[in-house]
Design a protein around this ligand. Structure first.
Ligand code: UD1
Ligand code: CA
Length: 472
């Protein structure tokens, strides 16, 4: 399979999205629409990739430089149609060999299908080929018009189609392969004599055919691959189809997904075999999950690394490492920079941020751990707060190995609690606690006898106390 130049058309306004954001920047399954297309194109090893940008130019160009730095962009100032966009892209190429043209709004296309299409085009020595599919609802797509001998004649847009032509179910995917020289020679012949007053790239097929060139319609079996996204309904449809495709892939790789319809895994995530994912979970970004881990239900992981055998129940984690055999949740919120060592615990209603927890250490209940380093084998008692913010700056707390922090301790940073130290429950700790010491930072308790009997005379509490006093 060889392709010299790939042209991606992505300058359209995406009017039907009704969005402040350029259409091709809308995302599904962890990539932008354009990102999916460029990912598929990347597998073709083309000499040159040119993306035509227009609407939302600055943000689209910035995005392209991040995800496909080798691609170049061509600016289409006024939307003159797909033919006009292709003309601009061609102007800067030497137009030799095979040129692939496709749209930036077809996120389902795979590199494999594009490669097979180019192979078929090159093998047939066609001057132009168009990728087509039978679509159960062809509304809105260009129709493939064939002659009596079933050969490709031309493409007619929905808005220009006769009633008979609208009954054609074979549609234009917007993916074409051309002989570069022939495309350059014919693209100048386009006119805008059509319902939309635009230059249609689709008309190149009819022009070449009328000049006697060999043109081919190459059909793909799975029509869902060529779905274009023009509005938010189609955005959701393609997201659901990609979800199913991704889930099917991981299940075939040995991942148990209890409810594939409520499990959303980005195309960029990676999951090992014998992982179990419970319903309502989302695995986003560059998250990796190692063998034997159990995720969910209702868990969202973004750019996380979950190591072997860890369990994350009903929680949210971002930019977090979860060590081997560790347990997280339920209702735990792990923010950027959390690193849990092996066999650790971040339990119910615990929030962490920029915190590293040494192996075997536990934060079991109701705590906030921010800007902290916790050593190995330590236990942070229920409702402990790492007081990291003085209202102006953030400060760090260091906890040693085998420390026991009593329940409801306020650890006022900057602070160090040495190895093997304790803090008394309910303490506000503002000074370092040396290794082996117990830090006690609270008022001594005093009991005011008979207070309830005097101040709350006649109350249920007072009556209960009196009854007890009588019994002795
Ligand atoms: C186009 C095809 C249609 C096909 C469908 C497949 C034409 C005339 N029609 O229709 O036959 O069935 O795709 O999805 O080509 N673009 C530009 N500059 C422009 C106009 C469009 O760069 O001036 C880009 C858009 O950003 C988009 C792509 O070209 O990525 C297709 O344009 P769009 O308006 O979505 O065309 P469709 O109406 O979907
Ligand atoms: Ca489209």
């Amino acid at each position: 399979m060889t392709v010299q130049t790939v042209i991606v058309l992505a300058a359209g306004e995406g009017t039907r999205m009704k969005s402040a954001k350029a259409k091709v920047l809308h995302g599904v399954a962890g990539r932008s629409l354009l990102g999916h297309v460029l990912y598929a194109v990347d597998q073709l090893n083309a000499q040159e990739i040119r993306v035509v940008v227009g609407s939302g130019r600055e943000s689209v160009e910035a995005h392209i430089s991040q995800i496909a730095p080798l691609a170049t962009t061509v600016f289409q100032e006024h939307r003159g149609g797909t033919g006009h966009a292709a003309q601009l892209a061609l102007a800067g190429t030497n137009a030799q060999g095979t040129i692939l043209v496709l749209a930036g709004d077809t996120p389902m296309l795979t590199g494999q299908s594009l490669a097979a299409f180019i192979d078929a085009h090159n093998a047939g020595k066609f001057t132009a080929s168009v990728l087509t599919a039978e679509h159960p609802d062809p509304t809105g797509y260009g129709r493939i018009i064939r002659d009596e001998s079933n050969e490709l004649l031309k493409i007619v847009e929905e808005k220009d189609a006769s009633d008979d032509q609208k009954f054609v179910f074979e549609i234009n995917s917007g993916v074409y392969a051309f002989d570069g020289a022939a495309l350059t020679a014919s693209i100048g012949k386009l006119t805008n004599a059509n319902a939309q007053g635009e230059l249609y790239l689709t008309d190149v097929i009819g022009i070449l055919k009328s000049e006697g060139a060999s043109v081919a319609a190459i059909m793909i079996d799975d029509f869902t691959e060529i779905l274009g996204v023009n509005d938010r309904v189609q955005l959701a449809e393609s997201a659901a189809l990609l979800r199913d495709r991704i889930n099917d892939h991981w299940m075939r790789e040995g991942v148990t997904i209890i409810d594939p319809t409520t499990t959303w895994i980005d195309a960029t995530a990676s999951i090992s075999n014998d992982v179990t994912i419970h319903p309502g979970s989302a695995i986003y970004g560059t998250t990796t999950i190692a063998a034997g881990a159990v995720i969910g239900p209702r868990t969202t992981l973004t750019n996380c690394q979950v190591k072997e055998g860890a369990a994350v129940l009903e929680s949210i984690a971002t930019d977090t490492v979860i060590g081997e055999g560790s347990t997280v949740g339920p209702f735990t919120y792990l923010r950027a920079g959390t690193v849990l060592g092996d066999l650790t615990k971040a339990g119910a209603f615990v929030e962490m941020k920029n915190a590293s927890v040494g192996s075997g250490s536990k934060v079991p209940h109701l705590s906030y751990v921010g800007d902290a380093t916790i050593g190995e084998g330590s236990n942070i008692g229920a409702a402990t707060i790492f007081v990291n913010y003085d209202g102006v700056d953030k400060h760090h707390t260091t906890i040693g190995d085998h420390v026991r922090i009593g329940s409801d301790t306020m650890l006022v940073a900057p602070l160090t609690v040495g190895d093997g130290a304790y803090t008394a429950a309910g303490s506000v700790i503002t000074e370092d606690v040396p290794a082996g010491a117990i830090g006690v930072g609270r008022a001594k308790q005093r009991n005011v006898l008979g207070w309830v009997l005097r101040k709350r005379a006649g109350s249920k509490s007072a009556l209960a106390a009196e009854a007890k006093n009588k019994k002795g």
